[in-house]
Each structure stands twice: as C-alpha cells, then as structure tokens.
Write a protein that binds this ligand. Structure first.
Ligand SMILES: [Zn+2]
Length: 293
C-alpha cells in the first residue's frame, strides 16, 4: 500500500507499508521508500522520546526479555566481542585511543583494552554506565561531551539502526575521529536471507522492533554515508547465524537452534553456506570500515 510519508534519507514523498506488526506493541509501522529503498519506522521518535527510551524503557524491555543484569550481559556477549576483535584486530595498534559508542556493559572495550593505548565509551543507560565505570572504563554522556577529543579508532556496533537522525549523528562522530582514523560500524542487514530469500512470516514479525528506527541494506547504508559526507568506506558482508538456526526458523518460526545439527553438518558445509549468503549480500550483518580523509 502506497503512502505519502517522506523518506528520512532521500526525502522522496512516497513509501510503501512493509509491515504493520512489530516485535513489541507500538504505534509505528515499517515503511519502504519507493525511491532509495530505505526501510524505516514511522512516525519517528522525537529526540526526547529517543533519549528517554534509551535511558529507561529500552533497558526494561531488555531485562524483562532476557532476565539479565549488566554483569550477565558482559559474560554472555564476550564471544561476540571476541568476534568483533577478530574483524578489527589488524587495524588496532598499541598507540590507538579508542572510543565505542553504545558500549553497553563494556565487553568489547574490555576485550581490546590490552591491545591499544586507551578505551572509553559512550553509554546512556544508567546501570550499564555504572557497570563500565566499575570495571575502569571511562564513560562520556554523549558525542557532544567529547567534542574536543580526537580518537584514532571509533566503534559503533549495532547502534546506527537505533539512531533517528543518522546523517547528522555520523557527521558529529566524524568530527571526533582523527585524520586517517577509522570508524567501524556493524548493523543488521535487511537483505537477510530469512527475510528476503525465505520470507518467513515469524521472522518478519520478530525482526522489526520499535528500537530499530532504520533497516539498512548495503545500498542504503552507502547512501547514508555519502549523505553524511563520507566518501572513503568499504562494506563487508558477514553471516553470523548458522545453518541450524536458519532451519530452526523455517521449522518453528522462532529464534534459536544455533549449532543443533553440527554433528551432521561438516565445517565445510557450514562455511560454504555462510559464504553463499555473503557473496550475494543475503547475509545477516553488514560490517563497514570508514577512513577519515
Ligand atoms: Zn528514500
């Protein structure tokens, strides 16, 4: 169904409604721009709504869903942190000052701390912020608060999709990045095979969530970077979920199942499957590396 809602990226005036149902109760719907193809939630959160959501509500939804605490979150996300360290490690040097935006309980910064000169984070959720400070990670309130600093390496892992004004946000981040410094961004890929190739209804109603205001593909992420004045970047395809997880979605339309059939599937099959999806950008994740000119 076509609707005259203005695309927040290219400002085209027609979008189609892609989904009226989100993971949690919400007055918002998912739209797709007829021109640039961006998927986004509308109506957008105001800046105040966005701030309150992250200071309070997001954490409540999060902890009621997972029954977690900052310490448990730290433990459970260490494997992810090690994976992101693998992806970035050739770009990390002993003399680098590093900043992670949306660092949660600090698992990634704690993982790289011994390999770089210094680590700081930005985190607005109060309990997560306190946890980071307790483990010795300095936390800034916002990008604005560190506007006089310059970092060699900046990380934004699964953050950009939460931001209501990504173009201006990225411009602000680029200002605190040193010349020749690098910004690493990871976002979910909306061209995920579970959505685009297999079109699983249960996955669709799980995938779109009130917390994610934008759903990027390689093309719309590139366009977002260029609109923010960023010209030097690479976007790499990455598949994080495995074949067993995909079969679980197909059979039960629910998350889970990772590793279940590993007794039967060979490593060659698993990595071939991931590579097939990556080659066509039907993978679940986009990993972007931006260099400041
Ligand atoms: Zn558009």
């Amino acid at each position: 169904m076509s609707s005259s809602v203005v695309c927040p990226l290219c400002h085209h005036i027609h979008s189609d409604i892609m989904s009226e149902k989100l993971r949690y109760e919400s007055p918002r719907k998912v739209y797709k721009c007829q021109d640039c193809g961006l998927l986004y939630l509308y109506p957008q959160m105001t800046a105040d709504e966005e701030r309150l959501f992250y200071e309070k509500e997001y954490g409540e939804i999060y902890s009621s869903e997972k029954g977690t605490t900052p310490a448990k979150l730290f433990e459970s996300r260490l494997p992810d942190a090690r994976l992101y360290f693998e992806w970035t490690r050739t770009d990390l040097k002993k003399n680098h000052e590093c900043l992670e935006l949306g660092c949660a309980s600090g698992y990634f910064l704690a993982t790289i701390r011994d390999h770089v000169s210094g680590v700081s984070g930005i985190e607005t959720h109060l309990l997560l912020k306190e946890y980071c400070e307790n483990i010795g990670i300095h936390i800034y309130e916002s990008v604005n608060e560190c506007k006089n600093e310059q970092f060699d390496r900046i990380f934004m892992f699964f953050l950009l999709e939460h931001i209501g004004d990504p173009v201006n946000y990225l411009k602000g981040v680029m200002r605190i990045l040193k010349k020749s410094g690098k910004l690493f961004i990871i976002v979910p890929n909306v061209d995920d095979a579970l959505l685009k190739l297999y079109d699983i209804p249960g996955f669709k109603s799980f995938y779109f969530t009130p917390a994610h205001q934008f759903y990027y593909s390689k093309d719309t992420l590139s366009r977002t970077f260029r609109t923010a004045g960023i010209s030097e970047f690479m976007i790499h395809p990455r598949q994080r979920y495995d074949l067993s997880n995909h079969m679980h979605w197909m059979m039960y339309e629910k998350p889970g199942g990772a590793g279940r059939y590993n007794d039967v599937f060979s490593q060659v099959l698993l990595s071939e499957y991931a590579q097939c999806l990556e080659k066509q950008f039907l993978c679940d994740t986009l990993y972007a590396v931006i260099t400041k000119k």
